[in-house]
Design a protein around this ligand. Structure first.
Ligand SMILES: [Zn+2]
Length: 515
């Protein structure tokens, strides 16, 4: 038996950030010993048991010598069982049991080993393979279940491993010049936006449709208030159908996040439709913002990155959950600090809040049978008010649909609206090229109140009067200005006119400030 060294590559993840890891095994004479160095967590440190057992199942007897495995660089913590497969490859090479192992030094390996030698799927394969590709790695061996997501990455050949025995066999054949067998290309390549719900399905609701179009145009957060059953969820779901489809880069980023949250095997094709994520109002802070023990898993706000986060019955969410949204709304990312690590996940989402007009849902002051007392209504509205609603430019009321609306012609389709949104987005990109903003919804109020973007007094007269009379706060004033710019962009006007400003004002009918 040759005793010696075995080497291969893997990737460690901190959040979405991958680091290429050298996996090095050394087998020497000495007392039986098998240990992992390089800051493994508990799951990773237990790899020797799984590797030994999987190797036996594959027909190999790992020698009872002194086996040292090092995962470097040591400054990055190694989490989870994803290093089992690379450790097994390195150890079997070092022990002289895997022929052709020299080739493995250039190949990325990821996968957990079951005791019977099967290679189990792991999370985070997509961001890992993206990092490997950036670092020039050309071949990746991943669990069979994870082949689909690994194949989304350009420039790498993906090899799907079902068992440790497979992998050992490949390298043995490679020694005689056979290439590692590549996983078959996906049978259906869908690299485009999908068909699904459509705005044409929405009956009536002209104001809500307009608000939706403006929200998509300017990236304005939106509050839909109205009694249950009027279609607030239906509207919110259709917002992603009028948003510009994700670029390939953006889609890879959103899928990389899903790769950390979804089960292995759930990602197979690149969906360019922005994500729609709707956590339940009983969700915990960790479920919404991200967290968990061990590996910090992205929360709903990161799964909604570049898409829509929909909070139905928003006032029913825990105060701590609503509170945790504020920082990401500001910065577009969430920072989760742990004792030994700080993890950042992107979280630039369009927020859509839905609320009943009052706790009983029937609506106050509408001649309906609302049983709520004024104090209860104020308390309900108060749960959402303040800093969170300050960021919500569009606040509209969604009334029950009257039967007369059925007679209306079918509303515009998502495709028609999306085309207008796309062209209005182009106008914003040009205008805000100097600033760090992509959409009107991100532009600070003071920028819009000062030259060169300050509007003529005649245009803002209506708005100024509301501010002077105290019916509008300065923040409310800024929200109207932002929406007015989006209305102008949709209408193809280079500067908002008085009608655009009036529209911005009118789309505040659903404000939850207790009347
Ligand atoms: Zn009520």
């Amino acid at each position: 038996m040759t005793l010696g060294l075995g080497r291969t590559l893997s990737v460690a993840l901190t959040g979405l950030d991958g680091t290429l890891v050298d996996v090095e095994a050394h087998v020497a004479q000495g007392l039986p010993h098998f240990a992992i160095g390089g800051v493994p967590d508990t799951a990773c440190a237990q790899a020797p048991d799984r590797v030994r057992s999987a190797a036996v199942s594959a027909g190999f007897h790992v020698p009872t010598h002194r086996i040292t495995v090092n995962l470097s660089r040591a400054s990055f913590p190694k989490r989870g069982a994803r290093f089992d497969l690379p450790i097994a490859v390195a150890v079997l090479t070092a022990a002289g049991l895997l022929r052709g192992g020299a080739l493995a030094a250039e190949v990325l390996h990821l996968g957990e080993l079951a005791l019977d030698g099967r290679v189990r799927g792991v999370r985070g394969v997509l961001p890992s393979v993206l990092e490997a590709a950036r670092r020039g790695v050309r071949h990746v061996v991943v669990p069979l279940e994870n082949v689909g997501e690994a194949q989304l990455v350009d420039g790498v050949t993906v090899h799907g491993a079902a068992t440790l025995r497979d992998v050992v066999g490949w390298y043995a054949a490679a020694e005689h010049g056979a290439p590692l067998p590549a996983a078959p290309a996906p049978s259906v390549v869908r690299d485009e936006a999908r068909s699904g719900p459509d705005l044409a399905d929405v009956v009536g609701q002209p104001e809500a449709r307009l608000a939706l179009e403006l929200a998509a145009t300017g990236g304005h957060h939106l509050l839909l208030s109205g009694p249950p059953g009027v279609g607030k969820t239906m509207l919110a779901e259709r917002l992603v159908t009028v948003l510009p489809p994700l670029t390939r880069e953006e889609a890879l980023e959103t899928h990389a996040i899903r790769s950390l949250t979804d089960g292995a095997g759930d990602i197979g094709d690149l969906d360019r439709t922005p994500p729609f994520v709707a956590p339940h109002h009983s969700s915990s802070v960790a479920a919404v913002a991200g967290g968990g023990t061990g590996v910090v898993v992205p929360g709903a706000i990161s799964r909604a990155h570049r898409g829509v986060l929909f909070l139905d019955e928003a006032p029913e969410f825990k105060g701590s959950v609503l509170q945790v949204l504020r920082q990401p709304l500001e910065s577009g990312e969430v920072v989760i600090a742990r004792a030994r690590q700080v993890v950042r996940y992107p979280a630039r989402f369009l927020l859509v809040l839905a609320a009943n007009p009052c706790p009983c849902g029937r609506g106050w002051g509408k001649g309906l049978e609302c049983t709520c007392r004024p104090m209860e209504i104020r308390a309900y509205a108060g749960r959402l008010s303040g800093p969170l609603l300050d960021r919500v430019d569009l606040q509209v009321h969604v009334p029950p649909v009257r039967r007369a609306a059925f007679a209306d012609e079918t509303g515009e389709s998502s495709e028609v609206v999306a085309a207008r949104v796309a062209s209005a987005r182009g106008a914003q990109r040009e205008r805000w090229a100097e600033g760090a903003w992509v959409t009107n919804g991100l532009v600070p109020g003071h920028v819009l109140r000062r030259p060169p973007f300050r509007l003529p007094a005649a245009t803002t007269a209506l708005l100024d009067r509301q501010l002077d009379s105290g019916r509008l706060t300065l923040r409310g004033y800024d929200r109207v200005l932002r929406v007015a710019w989006s209305a102008a962009d949709l209408g193809g006007r280079s500067v908002p006119d008085a009608d655009d400003v009036a529209m911005g004002l009118s789309l505040r009918t659903g404000e939850l400030v207790a009347a």
